[in-house]
Design a protein around this ligand. Structure first.
Ligand code: IPD
Length: 286
């Protein structure tokens, strides 16, 4: 447990996270270039996505710099800033970039305030965060000790709670990395998990997957290879809704594995994954 710096109100940080995530979400939807789409050649379309990722991140960097100038900043794109306050903002300017490219409405801006060093596994934790899907209008927020909340449009926020069920009845989210060898390993592990759960969903945004665990529209979720910006806000949204979020050994989630679910389900899927990984063997990452 990392201490919150004195005088910091995590509820206020969550409000800031939500404000800037909504703004950045509007930017990525409203200023999406007309030519961006799957009809374009994939390499140039991917570059345009990178441009929108960077623009969204620049917006977050600038706004958080105005609102909380002493805080640090770390994100998926360039533009890191060291923290003088003990708080660092960890952002994913578009989580679910492939969905963004294909206009599948399952991408999000993820903004989290964290304490500790987000560059070191296990040395940080989120204290406030927001995940905003700018297409559906879904907004998720959480702050340390304050619960997790979801609203759509102007509706009053509703408090979220995870669902506890058996592994066999669980709808399980997962995702795949971009590296071909990693994907092959992930697919092999999945062949052992799939027969043990109700079904699998691959939605394409880790931040939204974690929020879905929080609201019970996924029962459990796991993925290897996630970065701090993919998980930071969703980790807190899930935890504050009653989920356990960890790696395979009960420590903080890290690139090796992020596993999230209600306590009993988290344990059952963890055991199933350990067995699956034993059978598949180590990953051969280039
Ligand atoms: C990706 C998404 C996806 C997950 C990948 C992530 P990005 O993030 O969260 O669901 O499966 O591992 O890299 O690249 O869209 O920000």
């Amino acid at each position: 447990m990392h201490a919150l710096p004195p005088g910091v109100d995590p509820a206020e940080l969550a409000r800031i996270a939500l404000t800037v995530a909504v703004e950045a979400g509007r930017l990525v939807v409203d200023e999406r270039p007309a030519g961006l789409g799957v009809a374009e050649t994939k390499s140039s379309a991917t570059d345009i996505v990178t441009v929108m990722d960077q623009r969204s991140q620049d917006h977050l960097l600038a706004r958080l710099g105005e609102l909380r100038p002493q805080d640090g900043f770390a994100g998926e794109e360039r533009g890191a800033r060291a923290s003088e306050s003990g708080i660092t903002w960890v952002v994913d300017p578009i989580d679910g970039t492939v969905n963004y490219l294909y206009e599948i409405p399952a991408y999000a801006v993820s903004v989290a305030a964290v304490v500790g060093d987000p560059g070191v596994d296990g040395a940080w934790q989120p204290v406030a965060g927001a995940v905003v899907n700018p297409v559906t209008g879904e907004r998720y927020t959480a702050w340390l000790g304050g619960g997790s909340w979801r609203s759509v449009g102007d509706e009053e926020p509703r408090r979220l709670h995870v669902t506890e069920t058996s592994l066999g009845q669980a709808l399980c989210g997962t995702g795949f990395g971009y590296d071909a060898d990693r994907r092959a390993w992930q697919a092999a592990v999945l062949t052992h998990v799939l027969p043990r759960v109700r079904d699998i969903r691959r939605l394409g945004s880790a931040a939204l997957d974690l929020c879905r665990v929080a609201e019970g529209s996924l029962d459990v979720y796991y993925e290897r290879g996630l970065n701090p910006w993919d998980v930071a806000a969703g980790w807190l949204v899930a935890t504050e809704a009653g989920a356990v979020v960890s790696d395979l050994h009960g420590q903080a989630p890290r690139a090796e594995l992020t596993l999230a679910g209600a306590p009993v389900l988290h344990t059952s899927l963890g055991t199933a994954l350990e067995r699956a990984i034993e059978q598949v063997g180590p990953e051969n990452v280039r």
